[in-house]
Design a protein around this ligand. Structure first.
Ligand code: AMP
Length: 187
């Protein structure tokens, strides 16, 4: 089993690459952002609660997000592996994830961090706002807050997996296929 975390700032290209990896390696895509957006669309209790944070570019509280991961892992115990995209976003989430995977004896194999300069991230997020109609990409101040939250709360997760010798970094600039090739070499 291969359990891979795709890591990077908002706009680094995690979702795009995760979809390509899933296709090529038959892994299960786990995107907390996608699950939360679908909960908002359905107006479920989780969606209503999550939206309050997402529209400001803040993280959804750990207790809400952790429930999602437990459900998904338990429902897919025999999978070839997972691609975690946008999760874990805090060290607390990483600790819970590691414990869950330890219980089923399928630990994280690698974290792949996609590195992109901040200026390029902002440009990409503004383009995505038009292409995908995501409300959290539309306002510059929300984009800036998401990058600030990433630096403060999410970046320590990379150090957490570096300590476990699981972190690999790649350049996230170039075409989608260039980046996918870099990832494939690691996988
Ligand atoms: P994403 O699609 O991964 O960029 O996520 C969009 C938004 O969903 C984020 O800005 C957060 O508000 C929320 N979100 C997604 N994943 C998480 C997570 N693992 N922990 C907390 N909030 C999350």
């Amino acid at each position: 089993m291969k359990n891979i975390i795709l890591f990077g700032a908002p706009g680094a290209g995690k979702g795009t690459q995760a979809r390509k990896i899933v296709e090529a390696y038959s892994l299960i895509h786990f995107s907390t952002g996608d699950i939360l957006r679908s909960a908002i669309e359905k107006k479920s209790k989780l969606g209503v609660e999550a939206q309050k944070f997402m529209k400001k570019g803040e993280l959804v509280p750990d207790n809400l997000v952790i429930g999602l991961i437990e459900d998904k892992i338990c429902a897919n115990k025999n999978a070839k592996g997972f691609i975690f995209d946008g999760f874990p976003r805090t060290v607390e989430q990483a600790i819970v994830l590691d414990k869950l995977l330890e219980r089923i004896e399928k630990p994280i194999s690698k974290m792949i961090r996609i590195l992109v300069e901040e200026e390029e991230l902002i440009k990409r997020l503004k383009n995505r706002a038009i292409e995908q109609d995501r409300p959290d990409d539309k306002k510059t101040e929300i984009i800036e807050n998401r990058i600030k939250v990433y630096l403060e709360k999410t970046l320590p997760v990379a150090a957490y997996y570096k300590n476990q010798n699981k972190l690999t970094e790649i350049k996230g600039e170039g075409t989608i296929n260039d980046i996918f090739e870099r990832i494939s070499k690691i996988l």
